[in-house]
Design a protein around this ligand. Sequence first.
Ligand code: ACO
Length: 319
Amino acid sequence: MYATLIATGSYLPEKILTNKDLESMVDTSDEWIRTRSGIEQRHIAAEHETTSDLAVNAAKRALTNAGLQTSDIDLIVVATTTPDVIFPSTACIVQDKLGIKNAAAFDIQAVCSGFVYALSIVDKMIASGAHNRALVIGAETYSRILNWKDRATCVLFGDGAGAVIVTRSDKPGILASKIQSDGSRRNILNVPGQVRNGAIYGDPTVHMDGQAVFKFAVGAMVDICNATQAAAGVTSADIDWLVPHQANVRIIDATAKKLGVPLEKSIVTVSKHGNTSAASIPLALDVAFRDGRLKPGNLVQMVGVGGGFTWGSVLARWG
Ligand code: ACO
């Protein structure tokens, strides 16, 4: 048996923050942000919106697109670095808001690789026969963990959610997945603050050594894509769509080039969404599905990299 991705859904908060808007907030320019990152705008959650609200909206759209009811779902996994609260998991909150009764629900914390980590785990849970149909969601409210006075980080991120439905099938399906991490690199990208005895100790906002991240990200993504292709017995020439984590257009282009995938086969949404961390890959999948590029039968390679450091890739034939 295989686990197959059959439908997507996504949700972006209404408020758009453009590079021009940022010019009045920090010492930056539209030109600097565009040329360094490819980002033009990002969405920002409203004060009342939480990560689970974004996730629920994306999940409802995925269920509608799949023609399924909430009662069809027996597994909910949310990849997020910006949970509503310390506990319960955002996945349990999503379960309650959707009114799903007979399902297991848990979160994955692997920062920007969270969605590929989640898919890799769900693949095993479904292919083994333990579960039948999963909602796999990447959802983030990164705007809440940014220092809006730090121009080196606040211009790069955005909020949003993407969801996919993964179901059991006798046809492949997810062909291979690989996930990896290296905790010794945790200092180049992190949120060092912690909650202790009712107070926050340290800085609860994103810290990043941009150049170190850039250097590591490309090599890690290329290596894990190659390893995943080898495990599935395919090559870059077989890939219909490369759906990489959307951090920076220069990272995406360098990865595609080194991998030997033509640039026009990469799905790129970072210009409109910014870096939405664990939500970026499912958001990109949904955009590609809705605009007609991604079709049933296509071979899709997803690849993510993020804080931890963590990285991973999933190769799937779309169901
Ligand atoms: N606007 C204007 N100037 C800025 C800004 C800004 N928003 N941010 C930094 N600068 C300045 C710096 O202060 C520096 O000035 P100086 O030369 O006077 O000291 C100058 O721009 C160059 O800074 P660098 O950090 O060297 O710029 P770089 O070319 O490396 O680009 C960037 C920075 C875009 C962060 C790049 O390193 C990068 O893309 N790194 C990858 C990081 C990334 O994508 N992170 C996302 C999270 S990680 C993930 O998702 C995997």
